[in-house]
Design a protein around this ligand. Structure first.
Ligand code: NAP
Length: 283
């Protein structure tokens, strides 16, 4: 009997740079799943609303969504999980048994999965966090830190209004801050997270003076190209524990794979090495 092929894909614009096919392809092969595949589907913004509203006709069982389509895809879903509703953005969609389009945002789970794996016990104190940036990645990180009961989350952003908007939405444990307050904020930080695109290959550097930061603080970066950003280098050199951003990318894919293909995969060393090699090849 011929089996139906279960297809999922990364959708967005552009999608050529995406590592998701590598990640899901690795898990499909590792688990010997032969009736499924993971592709790339370029969905330009002008077609995005029509594409996601008519997702049933795509031939896919589900998809990942990348920039700039995360918000329009969320608006096209019949059901959203809590994180997607709070963030107004989805990175994972699927059709349920009744053909309804369901959406989730798993970036916050990726952030947590990465730190849980590479810095066990990182959230035991759950005290004060300083988050640099107020874009999509910052929303996921703030959602994650509040879920882990951090008592205070400072959101530091060049455009203060964007930080204020997040703080207003997420409640009294989140505080919007301007960049000139950073030195004072670092003095009381247990965790520093960069979610700006600064420090990424091809973007301006992240210029930061870490001297007020306690050496006990954990420092992590959402940027994963380069893998060891200047922020992480600087933090490690003064004795802070550091975690790079690649694991956030890998762990956000775990619940998506499980939803579409019915098996919870692991982020193992071989997968990490595969993606690191691919990142190296494209730099
Ligand atoms: P975004 O929504 O466009 O937000 C970009 C952020 O960077 C904003 O806060 C922006 O500040 C700030 N920024 C950009 N240029 C700046 C500059 N010259 N000076 C000061 N601030 C600047 O992007 P995003 O989706 O949040 O992604 C941010 C980074 O995280 C990217 O490098 C992305 O690759 C990475 N990321 C990684 C993962 C992962 O899985 N590891 C997941 C998501 C994102 P303004 O508001 O002032 O413009």
């Amino acid at each position: 009997m011929r089996q139906t092929l279960r297809r999922a894909a990364i959708t967005g614009h552009p999608v050529t740079h995406s590592r998701s096919p590598l990640v899901h392809g690795y898990w499909l092969k590792k688990h010997g799943i032969k009736d499924a595949e993971y592709d790339r589907v370029d969905v330009p913004p002008m077609n995005a609303e029509t594409y996601y509203r008519n997702f049933r006709e795509s031939g896919l069982v589900g998809a990942n969504i990348t920039v700039p389509n995360k918000e329009v895809a969320a608006r096209s879903c019949d059901r959203l999980d809590d994180a997607a509703r709070t963030m107004g953005a989805v990175n994972t969609i699927w059709l349920d048994g009744s053909g309804r389009l369901c959406g989730a945002n798993t970036d916050w789970l990726g952030f947590l999965g990465n730190l849980d794996q590479l810095a066990p016990g990182w959230d035991e104190k759950a005290g004060t966090a300083v988050v640099l940036g107020a874009g999509g990645a910052a929303r996921a990180v703030v959602f994650a830190l509040l879920a882990r009961k951090f008592t205070r989350v400072h959101i530091v952003n060049r455009t203060l209004e964007k930080a204020t908007k997040i703080a207003d939405e997420f409640g009294s444990r989140t505080i919007a801050q301007s960049w000139d307050k950073l030195g004072t904020l670092l003095e009381e930080a247990d965790l520093l997270v960069n979610t700006t695109s600064l420090g990424m290959t091809g973007k301006p550097p992240l210029e930061i003076d870490l001297s007020p930061l306690p050496v006990s603080a954990l420092v992590t970066d959402a940027v994963y190209a380069p893998l060891e950003t200047d922020l992480l280098k600087q933090a490690a050199a003064r004795g802070n524990r550091t975690v790079d951003g690649l694991g956030m990318l890998l762990h956000q894919a775990v619940p998506a794979f499980e939803t579409w293909f019915g098996l919870r995969p692991e982020v193992d060393d071989e997968l990490r090495a595969l993606v690191v090699a691919d990142l190296g090849a494209s730099q």
